[in-house]
Ligand binder design. Structure first.
Ligand code: SIN
Length: 302
């Protein structure tokens, strides 16, 4: 096991930068973009630099940001058109491109956002035909030393496969099913109301390639979303489950994984095509966590 993979926010992360600096977050995945104010007017060439760093390293992290929802949306739109999440009760009413993730409640008991979201390995919107290219998550309130998120690098997971396994996986397709996620994780946790029949009807199961070629880097990665995968197409049930089990244990090895410890004001931007993530369920109802997510569509980007 590569112990460096678990170095959480090495001390230099907390040092400010007088100029734009890109520095690795961990050996596994990620770049910290230091000395950058999301709210500024940014030249296209600078946005292109960020796109390249994201495609190569799967994860960008900007510390110490102070963003309104509109500022988050404007910055996110520099990278593509934004999704409005199908669980629309948790989108901001006047700005539905912001999907609110939170365990907080209003004074009347109504949830502030979606509680317990993403507490299983997945990549966002793998259950739609053209899955999201990237997501930006902004930390407004975080419980101290809890509620971290794990990120895994799927280029590295692909590269570590043996040649026969790569050959076997090439051309395979996997069914990703939002209803399965609801039944398996969301409903038993009981933290949020179940998806409605109308929301489920908008998200029928889809087939996704197991191996993707990233359009920007040309590199191959495993496209794995364990919380949503139900069946490897063409294999029988036993074979399919064995492959899914293998994919989970292979892709979540520590050397592919970085654990992000959130601070208020962090904005993390990840590439959904070449990484996956898992929010940790280690905090209680009084440990308040409030995040705003913007999610970039999977079409006409880069
Ligand atoms: C998500 O899966 O988008 C949420 C991740 C998190 O809340 O840390």
């Amino acid at each position: 096991m590569a112990s460096e993979s678990f170095s959480v926010n090495a001390p230099e992360f907390n040092q400010t930068c007088s100029e734009l600096t890109l520095r690795p977050v961990s050996p596994a995945i990620g770049i910290e973009v230091c000395g950058f104010d999301i709210r500024g007017e940014h030249e296209s060439s600078l946005i292109d630099t960020l796109k390249e760093a994201l495609a190569e390293h799967c994860f960008l992290f900007f510390r110490g940001q102070e963003l309104t929802p509109n500022e988050q949306v404007s910055f996110s739109q520099r990278f593509g058109k934004l999704e409005k999440h199908v669980l629309n009760d948790y989108n901001l009413k006047d700005l539905p491109e912001i999907y609110v993730l939170s365990n907080k409640k209003e004074n009347n008991g109504e949830p502030v956002g979606r509680a317990g979201a993403g507490q299983y390995w997945h990549t966002d919107l793998s259950y739609v035909k053209n899955p999201s290219f990237g997501s930006l998550l902004y930390a407004i309130e975080v419980p101290p030393n809890k509620g971290d998120t794990l990120f895994a690098n799927m280029y590295r997971a692909y590269d570590a496969l043996s040649e026969p396994m790569r050959d076997f996986f090439e051309g395979l397709k996997v069914v990703h099913d939002f209803a399965h996620t609801q039944r398996t994780y969301i409903e038993p946790a009981g933290l949020t109301k179940p998806a409605s029949a109308e929301q489920l009807a908008k998200t029928p199961p889809v087939e996704q390639p197991l191996v993707r070629v990233h359009p920007k880097t040309g590199r191959k990665s495993l496209y794995v979303s364990p919380g949503m995968m139900t069946q490897v197409v063409g294999l029988n049930a036993l074979e399919s489950q064995a492959i899914i089990n293998f994919l989970v244990s292979h892709t979540t090895q520590p050397e592919f994984v970085y654990r992000h410890r959130w601070q208020k004001g962090d904005l993390v931007f990840w590439d959904n095509w070449a990484s996956m993530h898992c929010a940790l369920d280690d905090y209680g109802p009084d440990d308040h966590r409030l995040m705003h997510r913007t999610t970039i569509e999977g079409q006409n980007v880069l």
